[in-house]
Structures are given as structure tokens and as C-alpha cells.
Design a protein around this ligand. Structure first.
Ligand code: AMP
Length: 432
């Protein structure tokens, strides 16, 4: 027999861990809604061009990590799995004429992303992102809104010590001269550059600031800083983002080297880190302003800003800080029966309870009543519903397992009775 396993860099999400995923997805959806971001779902794959233009060809994501789908002979189009959501969302913004909607269009999407990366801790080939995008607002206030939303998500998720790293990388007016200066700086150090960085230098000097190679740390620390060379409008924008963050009491750290790997960013860039774990691999989320992207993908010039928060890394960070996984809720009622063979009656009673909104499990094994009751206790159920001879007169036994009491209840009253008693029990018992 072959033994099949998940592909390298992917994993199965299993209970009880999936309960944490559900909780974070709900939290993301609730928070996004509270801030006025509405859900969008884009395909898991797009034309490769969307990513090559939208993310930039001189980026790791496109150069090395794009999951390209093998073309079928009858199809001439090249597709790739999405490595990040922004390019697809902007493609949708243009395709559906969202520039005619009231601006900004505030959208959220949470789902899997794919990067053909070298797998390691916290770096997977399929991972999940909670994504927020506001398209059609040049900021700076909305930049602060989005950064604050990110920090609140972490806080509500239970992760403490999250730091915001913040930078501005200028725009089309001031960045080209900065890049020329940066290129000249690195040209002067050519001999000290690792081979890969030397090769990148001619194509995108900003990428060197982003380098994960330790040999680059000292060179980067001494490199010219974009924030000292912003044009007046960019400097003003950056100062205003900071003063809005101050007004919202969101602390941040200025990081001149924070340029992010993606070509389409302009002005505000930011990343989220857990304090003390700022290694290059450890960003737990990040985002920025992409004022050139809509135009790059064929739309009218339109500003935009967003973030992607990695759910996998958030869960790893929560585990690192010792946050415990909340126990999964026990069934409220387990339906057991005196006649082991009468699975129909047990299933019917459980089905009616579920239809009435009660979390119920039916014992469907053909075991003696004693064994069935034992399994109800093992489940930490609040009630055992005992189906016996009284069913003929429309009644079942209702045993309160923790209290050890039992009474007959008519089927017509069962769900109401269980609902009322369970609510009272939870009220009086906060550890439940
Ligand atoms: P990026 O677009 O690279 O800034 O990614 C945004 C966030 O997604 C990161 O901060 C991580 O939390 C998460 N992320 C990116 N790549 C991976 C990966 N290969 N595995 C797990 N999480 C990732």
C-alpha cells in the first residue's frame, strides 16, 4: 500500500487546533465588519500576468516562489496560484468598475495563499492571510485606521507585545533619485556584496535593503535613508500618518530599512512583529500603500492601502507566548437508549434537538445503556436524554449529569427544558 502524505510545506489542520482557526477567522470577519470592510472572494488562481505585473517581476514572490500551474494543451493562458491577495483584489476592483462605487472601497478577504518557498518553521507553501484593503483613498488618516485595525486584531486574538514597524518609501517623485543614490552607494561596495545582491543591484536596489543575508546588515545600516530624502508631499504625508497613530495611541518604531519586497508599494509601509523576535523571517503581518498598482493593472490612477496578516504565524506566536487553546464546547445533550438496537429513536430525538438549536450527539453504537451513559459522561455532556418505554407516551428521561438528578420530560418540552436549564447552569458556573 502506498503511504500518502501532505505535500512538502503544507499540513493538515486538525481539531482541536482548528477551533483556534475558526475563532481567529470569526474575529477577523467581525473586526473587519466593525471597521466597514466588506468581504470579497477572489479565485485562488489568476492569470500569471496579474502577479508578474501586480507584484513585480524582480521580487522573490514572482522570481522564485510563484506556484505556476502547468498549462493544459488546449489552454493558452498561463495561471498561477495566488501568492498574496492584493493583486487579485485590485484586478477585481478594475474588472467590476468599482471606481464608480463610493470611494474608498473597503474590502476584506481571508484565505490560503501559496508560495513555492523553502519550507521551515513559520514558512509554508500554503498559508493563510487575513487581508484588508482600502482602495480609492490617498490617506494619511486611513493609513492609521488600517494599522490600528491590525494591532487590535492581534490584541483581541490574545497576542501581547506586538510592535508596529513603520516607514515611508516615497513616491514616483522622490524615489527614483533615492534609488539612484542607493545604487551608487551599493556600487561603491560591490566587492562586499553577496553574489545574489550584486545581481539584483542593477534591477532593483531597494531589494538589497530587504535582504535576509546577514552579510548585508552592516552595509544596510550605513545606507542612505529614504526618509531623509522624501519630497515635501511625501514627508508631509508621513508626518500625518504618524500624528494620526499618536492620536490613536498606537505606538510604532521607525524602521528606515523597511521597504518590503513588493514593487508596487509607495509611501507608507509597515510590518507587525512580536517584540524581541524581529528576525527577518518573523514578521507576523505587513502591508503598505500601493498608489501605483491600479494603474499598473490597467485601471485609472487610484491610491490604495492594505495589509496581510499571517494566520499561521499568529498561531505559532500565540503558542510561543504560552496562550492556551480554549477547550472545545462539550455537547449539551447526549441521547442514549434502553434498547441498544433502536438507533432510529435516538437519532430522531437528537435530530429534533439540533433542529431546535441544541448541540446534541446521539449514541449510535449498539451498546448497553450503562456503556452509553458512561460515554455521555466522558464527553462532559450536561444532559443525557434517555429514550425508553415512556417514548410510547411521548416522554423521555432527562438526566442532569453533573447534578445527578433525573426526571421525565415530554418530547414537546424537551428542547426548551434543556435550553433553559443549560443557560441557568452556564450562568451559575463561569468555568463552563
Ligand atoms: P508578505 O506579503 O510577504 O509581507 O506576507 C504577509 C504575511 O503573511 C507575513 O507577515 C506572514 O505573517 C505571512 N506569510 C508570508 N509568507 C508566509 C509563508 N511562506 N508561510 C507562512 N506565513 C507567511
Amino acid at each position: 500500500m502506498p503511504s500518502f502524505k501532505t505535500p512538502r510545506g503544507t499540513r493538515d489542520l486538525l481539531p482541536p487546533e482548528t477551533a483556534t482557526w475558526s475563532r481567529l477567522e470569526r474575529l477577523a470577519a467581525d473586526l473587519a465588519a466593525r471597521y466597514g470592510y466588506r468581504r470579497i472572494e477572489t479565485p485562488l488562481f489568476e492569470l500569471t500576468d496579474v502577479f508578474e505585473r501586480g507584484v513585480g517581476e524582480v521580487t522573490d514572490i514572482v522570481e522564485k516562489e510563484l506556484f505556476r500551474l502547468a498549462p493544459r494543451t488546449e489552454e493558452s493562458e498561463a495561471w498561477a496560484l495566488r501568492p498574496e491577495p492584493t493583486a487579485g483584489i485590485v484586478r477585481a476592483y478594475i474588472q467590476h468598475g468599482m471606481q464608480t462605487w463610493p470611494q474608498p472601497v473597503k474590502l476584506t478577504e481571508t484565505g490560503p495563499m501559496f508560495r513555492y518557498d523553502r519550507p521551515q518553521a513559520g514558512r509554508y507553501r500554503q498559508f493563510w492571510q487575513f487581508d484588508i484593503e482600502a482602495i480609492g483613498d490617498a490617506g494619511p488618516a486611513i493609513d492609521a485606521e488600517i494599522i490600528e485595525l491590525g494591532t487590535r486584531f492581534y490584541r483581541d486574538a490574545g497576542l501581547v507585545g506586538v510592535e508596529v514597524h513603520l516607514n515611508s518609501i516615497g513616491d514616483a517623485a522622490c524615489r527614483p533619485s533615492y534609488i539612484a543614490e542607493l545604487t551608487a552607494y551599493f556600487e561603491g561596495k560591490r566587492d562586499a556584496l553577496p553574489a545574489l545582491e550584486r545581481e539584483r543591484l542593477g534591477r532593483n536596489a531597494l531589494r538589497l535593503l530587504d535582504s535576509k543575508d546577514p552579510a548585508m546588515a552592516a552595509l544596510n545600516a550605513a545606507a542612505p535613508r529614504i526618509t531623509d530624502r522624501l519630497c515635501d508631499p511625501c514627508a508631509e504625508h508621513f508626518a500625518s500618518v504618524r500624528s494620526h497613530l499618536d492620536a490613536l495611541d498606537v505606538p510604532y518604531r521607525l524602521e528606515a530599512g523597511l521597504v518590503r519586497g513588493l514593487d508596487y508599494y509607495a509611501r507608507t509601509t509597515f510590518e507587525f512583529y512580536v517584540a524581541g523576535r524581529e528576525g527577518q523571517q518573523q514578521a507576523i503581518g505587513g502591508g503598505g500603500r500601493y498608489d501605483g498598482l491600479v494603474e499598473l493593472l490597467g485601471g485609472r490612477p487610484t491610491p490604495g492601502i492594505g495589509f496581510g496578516i499571517g494566520i499561521d504565524r499568529l498561531i505559532l506566536a500565540l503558542a510561543d507566548t504560552g496562550a492556551t487553546v480554549p477547550p472545545e464546547p462539550a455537547p449539551v445533550a447526549v441521547v442514549v437508549g434502553a434498547d441498544p438496537d433502536d438507533t432510529t429513536a435516538r437519532l430522531k430525538v437528537a435530530t429534533d434537538l439540533r433542529a431546535a438549536g441544541i448541540t446534541a450527539r446521539a449514541e449510535l453504537g449498539r451498546r448497553r445503556l450503562g456503556k452509553q451513559l458512561e460515554s455521555a459522561s466522558r464527553d462532559h455532556a450536561h444532559f443525557a436524554v434517555i429514550v425508553g418505554d415512556e417514548l410510547a407516551s411521548g416522554e423521555v428521561g432527562l438526566r442532569d449529569l453533573p447534578a445527578g438528578t433525573q426526571k421525565l420530560v415530554s418530547l414537546a418540552d424537551l428542547a426548551r427544558e434543556i435550553g433553559r436549564a443549560h443557560a441557568a447552569h452556564r450562568h451559575g458556573n463561569t468555568t463552563d
